[in-house]
Design a protein around this ligand. Structure first.
Ligand code: XMP
Length: 512
């Protein structure tokens, strides 16, 4: 059993990020609901406790309050934001009610480094998001850090190992935030730094086994990073009890279906059922040019095909999904935002409820980079683990206008050349997305002595952090030249290649 840091959740949107920062320090942590008792924590052998932030005010009747006995366990406690107010409130200090929240950047001045700010700068830019604040120290504490708004921004009781901080060290905007957390874990709690990706896998595998028992699990494999890693992990846990369904919607890229078959079925020996529904998709898409209509048809047809295939393989008890933590917060945070809808639809939302399937989401606490590390440790190749995002509607939104077999074939061949060149030259791994777009425009070209009146291919290569904004990548001219001449020479039906130099906003990454 690794040494455990308990993170007690008081409802902050950042609680999982605290857990992530602790993992980054290679220390094991476990999240607990705020009602956890001190004796449960003692039984779990926790060596340190972090009280998370939260939206409540300690003055509210419904304010979540932890078991007070946890302060008597003899283990260090770090209160963050709402956590510091709880400490003040419960340990004999005073908290003042505030009508407005302090939100955003502030400067923290450290007056005494102690163990928490050991080897860190005396002034730090930190991220605040709190309403109430501490106005009188609890007995035994001293103030060791201040901000413009608070003389008790950081408090310490070095003897008991109790610390309170008003800012959020876990968020990216707080300078040296992870160092502060590491100082608490290692310097104060003396936790060992030996928690690795392999440990995560072992724990996930045993949890999947315990949850699933002898039941059957079904997973919709898209070939993307998340569903692939989920498949590899679940397969490691329950082998043949997992069946993956891969729907060929006729809108896949060149060689995609074959890769899925050879990698998962032959290499990993995963039970993968490839359902060829391309004819159905293309029939329903015939004559459709409106992007939103296309998306809708593809989405509805996907769910229909997937549902039918579940029935044909005799049903299942669990539906596994490669949901990641950012998907979880996004769908909570932005409610009915279309982006969340796209995601849920892509993750076959609605299906589990209708088919009475239980959800299995072994990656739901992880972030993308952690998922990649898990995938690599499970033996997935670089091409899968570092694969660029690919939209659920596939090439359906990359053939501008009407989708036909001929247009798809042209796009597939052009896109394949682009990907080959991007990979060979190492650029594929550096950019956010690189893909070709079929434009339903004919332009005049010349091949030998003959006039060639054919289609146009657009190249879309972008850099981005989160797809919310994006900029076009300045690829070397020689590489662009190589891609362009290969496409016009090797792909019949293309007379011209153009480069998309629009950023997002105002353009979007995809053309439709
Ligand atoms: P846009 O085009 O909105 O794309 O700038 C942002 C990111 O989302 C992907 N994308 C989709 N993903 N279903 C998906 O699963 C969709 O309908 C869809 N549309 C766009 C796009 O590839 C980019 O990474």
């Amino acid at each position: 059993m690794p040494q455990t840091i308990a993170v007690i959740d008081f409802g902050s949107q950042y609680t999982q990020i605290i857990a992530r920062r602790i993992r980054e320090c290679q220390v094991y942590s476990k999240l607990y609901h705020h009602t956890v008792t001190a004796s449960e924590l003692k039984k779990d052998g926790v060596v340190g406790i972090i009280l998370s932030g939260g939206p409540s005010s300690v003055f509210s009747k419904k304010a979540p309050v932890p078991d007070r006995v946890l302060f008597e366990l003899g283990v260090p406690v770090l209160g963050i934001c709402y956590g510091i107010q709880l400490m003040g409130h419960l340990l004999g200090g005073q908290v003042a009610k505030s009508d407005h929240r302090e939100y955003g950047h502030g400067t923290l001045t450290i007056t005494k480094a102690g163990r928490l700010f050991s080897k860190l700068p005396k002034k730090l830019r930190v991220w605040n998001s709190h309403g109430d604040r501490l106005t009188k120290l609890p007995p035994g504490f001293t103030a060791i850090g201040t901000t413009d708004n608070s003389e008790y921004a950081v408090i310490e009781d070095a003897k008991r190992g109790f610390y309170g901080i008003q800012f959020h060290p876990e968020v990216f905007h707080s300078e040296c935030g992870t160092d502060v957390i590491r100082n608490f874990l290692v310097g104060v709690c003396k936790a060992t730094q030996d928690w690795t990706t392999d440990d995560f896998i072992k724990k996930a595998v045993s949890e999947i086994r315990a949850t699933v028992g002898k039941s059957r699990v079904l997973l919709g494999l898209s070939g993307g990073v998340d569903s692939s890693v989920a498949a590899a992990l679940i397969h490691r846990a329950i082998g043949k009890q997992l069946t993956c369904v891969f729907v060929d919607n006729g809108l896949l890229r060149k060689g995609e279906r074959e890769t899925v078959e050879s990698l998962y079925a032959r290499n990993f020996k995963i039970d993968v059922r490839v359902v060829d529904a391309s004819a159905l998709f293309l029939r329903r898409l015939k004559g459709i040019t409106d992007p939103e209509k296309k998306r809708k048809i593809i989405g509805v047809t996907f769910v229909e095909v997937f549902e039918k295939s579940i029935k044909s393989i005799g049903g299942a008890d669990y539906l596994a999904q490669g949901t990641l933590y950012p998907d979880v917060i996004e769908s909570v945070a932005i409610g009915n935002n279309p982006a969340a809808l796209i995601k849920s639809h892509h993750n076959v939302g609605g299906l589990p409820a209708r088919m009475k399937l239980k959800l299995l989401e072994p990656l739901r606490e992880l972030f993308k980079d952690e998922v990649r590390a898990v995938g690599t440790a499970c033996g997935l190749p670089k091409e899968v683990v570092w694969r660029q995002p690919f939209p659920g509607p596939g090439l359906g939104v990359r053939v501008v206008g009407e989708i036909t077999k001929e247009r798809l074939a042209i796009l597939r061949n052009a896109d394949h050349i682009l990907q080959e060149e991007m990979m060979e030259n190492g650029w594929y791994w550096k950019v956010w997305q690189s893909f070709a777009v079929f434009l339903p425009v004919k332009s005049v070209g010349v091949v030998g002595d003959e006039r060639n009146y054919s289609y146009v291919i657009g190249l879309r290569i972008v850099e981005s952090i989160d797809a919310m904004t994006a900029d076009w990548t300045r690829l070397p001219y020689d590489l662009l030249q190589q891609i362009s001449s290969r496409i016009t020479n090797e792909v019949r039906g293309v007379s011209r290649v153009v480069l998309d130099i629009s950023s997002k906003p105002p353009a979007t990454i995809e053309w439709e």
